[in-house]
Design a protein around this ligand. Sequence first.
Ligand SMILES: [Mg+2]
Length: 443
Amino acid sequence: MLQHAAGLAALGAASGPAEAAAQSRSAAGVNTNSSPSDLKITDMRACTVAANYDYPIIRIDTNQGVYGLGEVRDAGVKGIALILKAHLLGKNPLQIDARLSQIRPFAGQGRMGGGYSAVDMALHDIAGKVYGVPAWRLIGNKLRDKIRIYCDTTGHKDPKIYGKRMADRKKMGFTFFKMDLYTSLVEDRPGAVNVNGVATEKGLGYMCEYIAAVRDAIGWDQPLGADHFGRLTVNDAIRYARAFEPYQLAWAEDFVDYRDWRGLKQISDATTTPTLTGEDAFGLEEGFQNLIDNQAVDLIQPDPETSGALRETKRIADYADMHGIPTVLHFAGSPVGCMASVHLACTLRNFVVMENHAVDMPWWQDLVTGPAKPIIQNGYIPVPDKPGLGVELNAEVIKEHLRYPGYFEPTPMYDDFIVSGFRRVGPWPHFDEDGKYVNAVTY
Ligand SMILES: [Mg+2]
C-alpha cells in the first residue's frame, strides 16, 4: 500500500498541480473520482415504487458523478423532497450540517418529515462514497454487527390462527415480536365494545385471550409488543394498559397521540405496561424533547424516514439515552431507507430493535443490490461495510413496480424556490451562506 502511495506521489510530481492534488487525495484514502472541496449538488430526481406502501426514492446528483440515494417516508410523496431541490443546487453535499440546517424549517411532522429525511440519507450516501467509509462511520461507531428486526404480522379473529401466524414468524428466525391488537378484533362479541368503540372490561378480557394465545405460541419469555388499539382516552388507555400487565408486553404503542405528552405521562405513571410512541415525530426539539424531558413514555420509536434519518435520529436517540429511555426504530419502507436505518441503528447505545414491514413481499429485497441477501438473516440484518449506504438500485425490478411512469426523470419544475425564497439574495448588502457580510455599502 505504501509502495502504491509512493508510486502515485511520483506520478503526481510528474504531472500538473490538479493531478498532483488528486494523487495526494488518493494517497490519503479519498475517492479519486471526487474532489471534495469542489463537489457540488447538480440535481435531485425521484421515482416512486408501488409496494405495500408507496416508496418515494430520491437521487441527489453531483458534478463529479458521485450520487446519493434517499427515501421519503413510506406512503409519503416525492414532492416533499423535491421542493428542497432549489435549496441544495450548487451547494457542497459534504457540508452535511449546513445543508440540513438550511432545509430544517421545511420539515414537518409525519410524512412531512420525509423530505428532510430523504436528503439526510442521500448526503450520507454521497459523503460515505467520497471518503470511502460506510455511512455509520460518519455519525458514530459501530456498536453491533447486526441489527435485530421485528416484523408486522396480520392478525386473525381466531386466537389460535393468530397464534400460529406468530409461531411461524419465530420459525423464520425472529427473536422479537409485535402483534396488532385492534379493539375491532372483539367487536362482534356481545358486550365487548361500548358506544365509543372502546373495549369494556369484558372486551378487554377477550383481547387478552389473543395475547395469551400469542404468548403460548411464541413463548412467555419472548419480547412481544402490541399496537393499534384504536382511539382511546387517557382513562381508557390506563384500563387497557392495566389489563395487559400480566402478559408483560415489551411495549404498548401509541395509546394516544404522540403530541399529547401529558396524557402519555399519565398513562405511563399508572401502569407497569411499558409505553412507546414516536413513529410520526420529526426532530428532537420539534417532536421528541417533551416526551423525553418529561419521561412521558418508557421507550421512543422514531421512524428514520420521518424523524430526520441518520444525523437527527442519532441526536434524538442519544438524548433519550441520557434520560434512560431506550430507542426502537419504526420502519416500513424500501431497502434503501432500511439500510440507511441499519447504519443508524448500529451506532445507537440504547437501541432495542427495528421494524420491517415487508417480510412477506418476495421482490422487496430485489429492489436493490449491495447488501448481503437475504437482507434479513435469522431475524437480523448484517451491518454493511461498503462506502455510503452500500445500496444500489436494481433498475429493472424498480421499473416493474413504479407507481407512475418515469424513472428519475428530469425535474426542472423544482429548480426554482417553492417553499421559501429567503436565500435568493441579490446585489444589496446581506450575509451570505457562510455568514460573511457581502456587498457592503461604503461611503
Ligand atoms: Mg405503530
